[in-house]
Design a protein around this ligand. Structure first.
Ligand code: PLP
Length: 383
């Protein structure tokens, strides 16, 4: 009989987790479910990173660290960002338990009741929830009709934003679409952000996973963006470290001072020995393993696109991350529930990303399981 806050009443549990819970339940009942709902690489964390964590524990790095992170990691992150062309210093970084916490702290720091936040749909589920928790109001621009590309939607974005817009969220490579925004699109964002004095979150958590030779561009590296970009990144996806909970935000130092208060009063710091492992992850010793994982994802993407084409299903071919949007019935919720019950294939309804009519497939699964999933969906007439 608690009287719950209005704040918590504004949001629903994560739809992605709801589906993977359902998949786990069916599995517990003995069903063989192909789970394409989770956003987690299926590779082990690279050995050198695991070893670095063990070494750090053995060396006694088990206490609190300074709130914003250990100096070595903040410096490694700043150096990494400078490699992306972002003018970063170690004291402009907060190391967080996951990119999610970095985003949460950013929204809480920047958004007041009623402040307008622009999202590019389909958008990752948690942005909406975080904006609502911060009291912000959402203004959404739909990229679905443009094959999930931003460049052809720049006019619509220009119409949507105004001097009233406080914050715009850009996520490239994108979860859930796998889209990667072109440099021209990012320059379009920059022009609008400068014109209307808008702060921009650039969530670059999938930056290491791009295909077809495409190189990721950091929004914060563009002229005019240095003072208005909050760059979010994390170790979960590139280094297959989802359970380690390590991420960060980089922003101009005034934002860091404010967000740092929230950070220190909530999580205190990221896990000490995990931060040491993060230093190792960012070293060039991990580059080959990251590249092997990237190539594996690219191979799976190619395979999945071809398999779907054999069933006359056309998808917008992803250029990065490990997701694709499968066009399904208008009632994508019913389609996903049916697909999991009948075909035992778990996907996430597009509605969760404000993209009804689609299901998100995560292809962070073996080629064999992906083949199995397509066969089952075809067999049960879901494709
Ligand atoms: N941003 C996007 C777009 C994501 O897909 C995720 C994870 O699914 C995150 C941020 C947060 O990841 P983590 O908290 O594991 O670093």
């Amino acid at each position: 009989n608690f009287d719950f806050s209005d704040r918590v009443g504004r949001v629903e549990p994560s739809a992605t987790l709801a589906i993977s819970n359902l998949a786990s339940e069916l599995e517990a009942e003995g069903e063989d479910v192909v789970d394409l709902s989770v956003g987690a690489p299926d590779f082990p964390t690279p050995d050198n990173i695991v070893q670095a964590a063990k070494d750090a524990m053995d060396a006694g790095h088990t206490g609190y660290t300074s709130s914003n992170g250990i100096p070595d990691l903040k410096e490694a992150i700043a150096a990494k960002l400078r490699g992306n062309g972002v003018d970063a210093e170690a004291d402009e970084v907060i190391v967080t338990p996951g990119g999610k916490q970095a985003l949460y702290e950013t929204f809480q720091t920047v958004i007041d009741d009623g402040d307008e936040v622009v999202l590019l749909d389909p958008a990752w589920v948690s942005y909406e929830a975080m904006v609502k928790l911060a009291g912000g109001s959402l203004n959404r621009v739909d990229l679905a009709q443009h094959d999930f590309r931003l460049e052809p939607a720049l006019d619509e974005l220009a119409e949507a934003v105004s001097d009233e817009t406080k914050l715009l969220v850009v996520n490239s490579p994108s979860n859930p679409t796998g889209g990667v925004f072109s440099d021209a699109a990012l320059e379009g964002v920059r022009d609008l952000a400068v014109e209307h004095d808008i702060a921009v979150i650039s969530d670059e958590i999938y930056e290491r996973i791009t295909y077809d030779g495409f190189e990721h561009t950091s929004l914060g590296s563009l002229d005019g963006m240095e003072d208005r970009t909050i760059t979010i990144n994390g170790f979960s996806k590139a280094f297959s470290m989802t359970g380690w909970r390590l991420g960060y935000l980089h922003a101009p130092s005034d934002l860091i001072s404010q967000a740092g208060k929230l950070h220190s009063h909530s999580v205190s710091c990221a896990v000490n020995f995990v931060q040491h492992a993060g230093v190792e992850a960012l070293s060039e010793r991990t580059d080959d393993t990251v590249e092997e994982m990237r190539q594996a994802f690219e191979g799976r993407r190619d395979m999945l696109v071809d398999l779907l084409a054999e069933h006359d299903v056309d998808v917008a071919v992803p250029k990065g991350a490990f997701y694709m949007m499968l066009p399904v019935d208008d009632d994508d919720q019913a389609w996903c529930e049916g697909a999991i019950q009948d075909a035992k294939v778990a996907t996430v309804p597009g509605s969760a990303f404000n993209a009804p009519g689609y299901a998100r497939i995560s292809y962070a699964a073996s080629e064999e399981r992906l083949r199995e999933a397509v066969e089952r969906l075809a067999e049960h007439d879901y494709i």
